[in-house]
Design a protein around this ligand. Structure first.
Ligand code: 5GP
Length: 201
């Protein structure tokens, strides 16, 4: 279910760059509105209510602040995957390859085996979902560890790119707090219509 407070803020302060980049750096990933992040964290807890979450997993750097505030509501630690150019072959890390949406480079992401264990219940959190590469990479780390993947929480899903579809088709329980179905510098941002019966917050 989408979050009206967040959608209003995106409408007001979001900037469309080029064809498919939404800049929200005045409140989400450069300057950070901590009170809004607090509401976002509360909403993730509400959407994953009744689920056991032992750790939140995210990817550096924009996901970290969001994950940390959400973690206050789940009362659990945050683990962030680090991006690295050189593969660590020591065997003490889980690794996956992720193509960066914004930079078009491929990074290996790593998490120490110490921090993801088979008895963990992992919730993935990230700022944006575009083609799904970041979340697929993170879910691969969870698979390697043998932990349970509870689901994924995303602040902004760009519904006109295919990541959301792929992730839902894989059976991952994905909750996006705002889904942008179209955006244009002139005409602005169009959010996904809620299905009948789904009331907006
Ligand atoms: P994906 O891996 O799903 O293709 O892209 C998700 C990642 O790319 C996110 O972690 C986010 O950092 C970045 N990203 C994707 N689309 C956007 C966008 O429109 N704006 C910003 N600021 N970041 C984006």
């Amino acid at each position: 279910m989408q979050m009206k407070l967040l959608m209003d803020r995106i409408r007001r302060d979001g900037r469309v760059e080029g064809e498919n980049i939404l800049k929200v750096d005045s409140f989400l990933n450069h300057q950070i509105d901590v009170e809004l992040l607090d509401e976002i964290g509360r909403e993730f807890r509400r959407q994953f209510r009744d689920r056991t979450v032992s750790k939140i997993l995210t990817i550096e750097s924009s996901g970290i602040a969001i994950a940390c505030i959400a973690a206050r509501y789940f009362s659990c630690p945050v683990v962030f995957a680090k991006k690295t150019k050189s593969l660590n072959l020591s065997g003490d890390v889980y690794t996956a390859s992720v193509e960066s949406f914004t930079h078009k480079t491929v990074n290996d992401i790593i998490v120490s085996k110490k921090f993801l264990q088979a008895d963990d219940h992992i919730l993935i959190i990230d700022d944006f979902l575009a083609n799904g590469k970041a979340i697929l990479g993170l879910s691969d780390l969870v698979r390697q560890s043998g932990a349970e993947l509870v689901g994924a929480g995303v602040v902004i899903e760009k519904g006109f790119q295919d990541g959301g579809k792929r992730i839902r088709e894989m059976g991952i329980d994905l909750h996006s707090l705002a889904i942008v179905d179209a955006m244009d510098q002139e005409t602005g941002i169009r959010f996904r219509e809620e299905a009948p019966g789904e009331e907006m917050l």
